[in-house]
Structures are given as C-alpha cells and as structure tokens.
Design a protein around this ligand. Structure first.
Ligand SMILES: O=C(CO)COP(=O)(O)O
Length: 254
C-alpha cells in the first residue's frame, strides 16, 4: 500500500507572522497523524524560518522551484544544494504556473528534476493539461509529453525517488475540482505509462492530485485507487483546513 502524502504549496503567500501561526497549528495537529506524510512548500526566503518552526516535527519542508544549475552566474536562481542545506526534503518542479507564466518548457522541468535528484531532494513533478487541451481531447497527449521529457533525460528508475502531481490547470484555484473519476482516469494513465517501462516503479510511485482540494472533497479523491494524496494550494494556508485534508489521508490508510 502506497503511503498518502499531503503537501501544501503556499505559492506567493505568507509573512513571518502568518507562517508562524500556520506552521504552529499544523505541527500541533500533525502529531497524531502518523499514517500520512505531510509537507509544506514555502517561498524561498521563508524556508529557513519555516525549517526552524518545523524542528522536531514530522512535517517535511519543500521549495516551490529550483535552478537546473548547481552554481555560477545565474542571478536570482537558487540551487538544489542550497535547498538541501536549508532543510528541504522536497521541491516542486514544473508547476503549471511556472510553465504558463514563466515560460518553463518540458525539458527545463526535466533538468530541474535532475538537479533536485542529484542532491537527494525529492522532486514533486507537476503534470497537467489546460482547459482548452482537455476540451480538445488532448489530456493524455499533454500529460504523456510532460512525463516523457523527464523519462528521456533521467530514465524510469528516477521515479523511484520522486513524486508526481497531476494538476489539471482548469482546476487550480478555480474551485472547480476534477471529479474523483476524472482524476483517477489520468492517474491510472500515468501509472500505466510507467508500468510499460517498469512495473515496480509504477507500483511504488506516489501520484498526488492537485486542484481545488479542500477538507470537504479530499476523502473522496484519496479513496481512488491511484490517488496517493494531494498537492494543496489555497486550502494549505489555513491550518485547520489543511489538517482536515491530512486527516482524510490518515483515515484512508487506517
Ligand atoms: O496549484 C495547486 C497546488 O500546487 C492547487 O492550487 P489550489 O488548491 O489553490 O487549487
């Protein structure tokens, strides 16, 4: 049985005061949630502060992006080794907002994925189609293309030390969640595509769902066979709401 992972993606939100309140609440509530893995992905500058608040907690720390470069003249970039040294365990790569708003291409994401793994960070590889792509019947083509870039560069075994997040762009921040069946269909497609290359990797890799996950819909999503947790945006900014989602993950594995 794959373990459920619930990861919060705070995006461009938070201040020291709000993060202190949020993380204190999550850490207190997470004490009893031993059957679910929990992580929070903070903005770069708040990573050390968040790491300190997470000391002795089981809640893992993640970043929201990483440079494909190790070091050098790349103004504004942050490397995987820096994230590791700051206490990160995870890093999100290829989020649809990076792809859509900052021009990140499939191969850029694949190189970031590689840079993260090289340092022992666990990349959370985001895949997902836009509304226009879904309506054009292109969901599987798009998701396969995004996944294949990583497989080409890193090989299927790399997914042994990684997490995948399926996040349909039309469901992100819109309140319009994919139905459990819609999400399950794409998750199963991703797993089958990996299984064609390596059945062991496919059986092991956690595939999270992201897109308007809330306390009220997490349980039905996590109940699906190929959904192994969630990547949570808006609802991860409220400790109680986030913990309700984590509890849904815990109940799933009790
Ligand atoms: O993009 C997301 C997580 O990475 C999902 O965001 P929302 O949960 O706000 O829809």
């Amino acid at each position: 049985m794959r373990r459920i992972l619930v990861a919060g993606n705070w995006k461009l939100n938070g201040s020291k005061a709000s993060i202190q309140k949020l993380v204190t609440g999550i850490v207190a509530g997470a004490e009893n949630l031993t059957d679910v893995s929990i992580a929070v992905c903070a903005p770069y500058v708040y990573l050390p502060f968040t790491a300190e608040l997470l000391t002795k907690s089981v809640v893992g720390l993640g970043a929201q992006d990483v440079s494909e470069q190790d070091s050098g003249a790349y103004t504004g970039e942050v490397s995987a080794s820096m994230l590791l040294e700051t206490g990160c365990k995870y890093v999100i790569v290829g989020h649809s907002e990076r792809r859509a708003l900052f021009g990140e291409k499939d191969m850029d994401t694949a190189r970031k994925f590689a840079a993260a793994r090289k340092q022992g960070l666990i990349p959370i590889l985001c895949l997902g189609e836009s509304l226009a792509e879904r309506e054009a019947g292109m969901t599987e083509v798009v998701v396969a293309r995004q996944l294949d870039a990583v497989l080409e560069l890193e090989g299927v075994q790399a997914l042994n030390d990684a997490v995948i997040a399926y996040e349909p762009v039309w469901a992100i921040g819109t309140g319009k969640t994919a139905t459990p069946e819609q999400a399950q269909a794409v998750h199963a497609f991703i797993r089958q595509r990996l299984a064609a290359l390596d059945a062991g990797v496919a059986a092991k890799v956690q595939i999270l769902y992201g897109g308007s996950v809330k306390g009220s819909n997490a349980a039905e999503l996590f109940a699906m066979q190929d959904i192994d947790g969630g990547l949570i945006g808006g609802a991860s900014l409220d400790a109680q709401e986030f913990l309700t989602i984590c509890q849904a993950g815990q109940n799933q594995r009790d």
